[in-house]
Design a protein around this ligand. Structure first.
Ligand SMILES: *Cc1c(COP(=O)(O)O)cnc(C)c1O
Length: 457
């Protein structure tokens, strides 16, 4: 059959509260025109993030009841550890309450002031944790990532020529670890090829530097390799994931993404001495090494989710349903980032609203209009998020102005997505009348979460 269906039936439903356009105008004004400040209940389709928003399966809910809440050596811990080892293939597993806790522990152990940590593109919490430990986070994205309309299959790759230059420039002794984020979240959810992972690993090991994978969306990345990279069509996503991890010395993971759970994370390594140091820190901030910051039932949900996320029917539905939205919008002439990544659709707000200067926040204006038009909540990734230097207070346009529509896993059906497409098109048709915005109030750090805005005249 040509039609690809959601490979699940719905057993439990959560009603959506409908609102009218005039109610939404009032609600967004009251929220200071910041989508983070809306109550979730006032949103019709919530595409703010794919983090921790997955729908769990009946098997996961069943596993929750089997959670063993023993403090040490719980049955749920062994089940979790065996699921993680079976897929990731590392000797030591350190559980944490979410991904950034794994990053905090890893970089506290590895990074010293003056160190440099390269990546294809660091996620914001990863960069923040490296910098908190006194290091510098450096992004080396593929030059192809700049062009939002190019359909290159692996726009998430790292620029390995620049990696070699950087190692020469700063010296391998100042690089405690090289990372790659799969898929490249901050770079549009684009996948990283196996060839690139192999090459980064080769370069890292030639200089005696450990190589780590930020594995949050490892299953989506494995499936893109299967679809797009020669030689992988007949391999299973699990085999491909195992090969990806075989080139690395360790990984950090947020279970809120590709473990189909609502909370959780972990850190893995083959280095016994490093694992011992990580566990000492874990005990101080997260908990005993057989539960990290998690309840036994959370460990159960993650163990089941890690198996479910590698099922091909699930992954096919996941990438096809995301591409469906991006391709439909592209066909309607709406500027979107192509090809679609795994977890989100990105509208190019600068091309969508060319009459609005970057310093008048076209991405924010678009976020507000999508909410007003149809109650769809996305998030600006652009000059509001990255345009201000917190040290100097100076403001300049970010590299791009995007509006991200992140798609929660197994939550919305195709008719929900048809609705989203209609909402975006309706805003696109009246784009010439949309005004820019200004900031009314903002905090010093991470201003996008709490800033308040107003329309320009
Ligand atoms: C979400 C995310 C993290 C951090 O994980 P949390 O569970 O949110 O702390 C790190 N890296 C990437 C690529 C992510 O998407």
């Amino acid at each position: 059959m040509k039609t690809i269906i959601e490979p699940f039936r719905i057993k439990t439903v959560e009603p959506i509260k409908m609102t009218s356009e005039s109610e939404r105008r009032r609600l967004i004004e009251r929220a200071g025109y910041n989508t983070f400040k809306l109550a979730a209940e006032d949103v019709i389709i919530d595409l703010l993030t794919d983090s921790g928003t997955s729908a769990m399966s009946a098997a996961q809910w069943g596993a929750l009841m089997q959670g063993d809440e023993s403090y040490a050596g719980a049955r749920s811990w062994y089940r979790f550890e065996s699921a993680v080892k079976g897929i990731f293939g590392f000797d030591y597993v350190v559980p944490t309450h979410q991904g950034r806790a794994a990053e905090r522990i890893l970089f506290s152990v590895l990074v010293k002031p003056g160190h440099v940590v390269p990546s294809n593109t660091h996620f914001d919490t990863t960069a923040a944790n490296i910098e908190f430990a006194g290091g510098k986070a450096v992004d080396l994205p593929s030059p192809l990532a700049k062009d939002s309309s190019s359909r290159d299959p692996f726009k998430g790759d790292m620029d390995t020529e620049r990696l070699e230059e950087l190692i020469k420039e700063v010296g391998p002794e100042r690089i405690p670890v090289i990372m790659v984020t799969v898929t490249n979240n901050s770079g549009g959810g684009q996948p990283v090829s196996m060839a690139n992972i192999r090459e980064i690993s080769r370069i890292a090991h030639a200089h005696g530097i450990p190589f780590y994978i930020d594995a949050c969306r490892f299953a989506e990345n494995a499936y893109f390799i299967k679809l797009r990279e020669p030689g992988y069509a007949d391999k299973t996503p699990r085999q491909i994931a195992r090969e990806m991890f075989s080139y690395a010395d360790g990984a950090t993971m947020s279970a809120k993404k590709d473990a189909l759970a609502n909370i959780g994370g972990f850190l893995v390594t083959n280095d016994a001495e490093l694992a011992a140091r990580e566990r000492s820190l874990l005990i101080i901030t997260e908990g005993f090494p057989t539960y990290g910051g998690l309840a036994g039932r959370d460990l159960e949900a993650i163990a089941v989710g890690l198996e479910e996320v590698l099922q091909e029917d699930y992954l096919n539905y996941r990438v096809v349903s995301t591409a469906y939205v991006a391709d439909k919008l592209d066909q309607a002439g709406v500027p979107v980032m192509l090809p679609a990544g795994g977890h989100a659709v990105y509208l190019d707000a600068r091309r969508f609203l060319p009459h609005i200067e970057p310093l008048q926040y076209p991405g924010q204006a678009l976020a507000v209009e999508l909410y007003v038009e149809g109650g769809v909540r996305g998030v600006e990734i652009g000059t509001v998020m990255f345009g201000k230097d917190p040290q100097t207070g100076k403001e300049k346009p970010a590299h791009w102005d995007l509006l991200r529509l992140a798609i929660p896993r197994r939550v919305y059906t195709q008719s929900h997505m048809d609705y989203v497409i209609e909402v975006v098109q309706a805003v696109f048709e009246r784009r010439a009348g949309i005004r820019g915005m200004r900031i009314v109030s903002e905090p010093q750090f991470l201003r996008h979460f709490t800033a308040e805005f107003a329309w320009l005249d």
